[in-house]
Ligand binder design. Structure first.
Ligand code: ADP
Ligand code: ADP
Ligand code: ZN
Length: 214
């Protein structure tokens, strides 16, 4: 099963993608997580990506496409995957389609997690990410057992630099300009499914499981 998560920054793509990955035993592939791991390890790719990420802009398509094509070659992708944060532009979606077509495959579901902009700024201010394992929490909606400490690995939780309100506003603009057109793209491909992302995260997941089991 090949699944794409669509939605604004903070809509809950990562939260839902992790649950889908666990239930269906497929890898959760987040381009944002891959870039952050590269920044942490100070690789050349990380240094390039950071200049864009810090401003809330998109990393150039060529960098992202090369990265994801490499990732698809790994053995765990044999039974599909859930993509979180890719594709984010029409050229990225076209590159994905081309690559899949070459192996006679296609995207099975594009799940759009809908959350209005008004809700996003609040959500992002409360998001906390683990520096160790990348787990995501929310101070109000999904708090860790102990403040600022990861339940899973015990390391520190931080507010991502690009989750500060000024950068979030820019990321929302970038989303509307460059990523939202993918909703029509996947609608036309006949694979778009929309879920109400303002519901409780467990209810959103129930709605997604309903869609995937049809
Ligand atoms: P969020 O989870 O809030 O939607 P991500 O972790 O997916 O954010 O992405 C963080 C940043 O990483 C983006 O603002 C962008 O700079 C970069 N990035 C991640 N995925 C892509 C992509 N597919 N194309 C271009 N830039 C990307
Ligand atoms: P995205 O990957 O789309 O950027 P995340 O999954 O990281 O979004 O979620 C953004 C923040 O909102 C996180 O702090 C997460 O815990 C929280 N969150 C996710 N889904 C919900 C929901 N349905 N209701 C309230 N908060 C949520
Ligand atoms: Zn952790």
């Amino acid at each position: 099963m090949k699944i794409i998560m669509l939605g604004a920054p903070g809509a809950g793509k990562g939260t839902q993608a992790k649950k889908i990955a666990a239930k269906y035993d497929i890898p959760h592939i987040s381009t944002g997580d891959i870039f952050r791991a590269n920044i942490k390890n100070n690789t050349e790719l990380g240094q390039k990506a950071k200049t864009y990420m810090d401003k809330g802009e998109l990393v150039p398509d060529s960098l992202v496409v090369d990265l994801i094509m490499d990732r698809f070659k790994e053995a765990d992708c044999a039974n599909g995957y859930v993509l979180d944060g890719f594709p984010r532009t029409i050229p990225q979606a076209e590159a994905l389609d081309e690559a899949l077509k070459a192996s006679g495959a296609k995207v099975d579901f594009a799940i759009d997690v809908e959350v209005p902009d008004e809700n996003i700024i609040n959500r992002m201010g409360g998001r906390r990410a683990c520096v160790g394992c990348g787990a995501t929490y929310h101070v109000e909606f999904n708090p860790p057992k102990q403040a600022d400490v990861c339940d899973t690995c015990g390391q520190k939780l931080i507010l991502r630099d690009d989750d500060k309100p000024e950068t979030v506003k820019n990321r929302l603009n970038v989303y509307h300009e460059q990523t939202q057109p993918l909703i029509d793209y996947y609608q036309n491909a006949g694979v778009l499914k929309q879920v109400d992302g303002t519901k409780d995260m467990n209810d959103v997941f129930t709605d997604i499981v309903d869609i995937l089991s049809k």
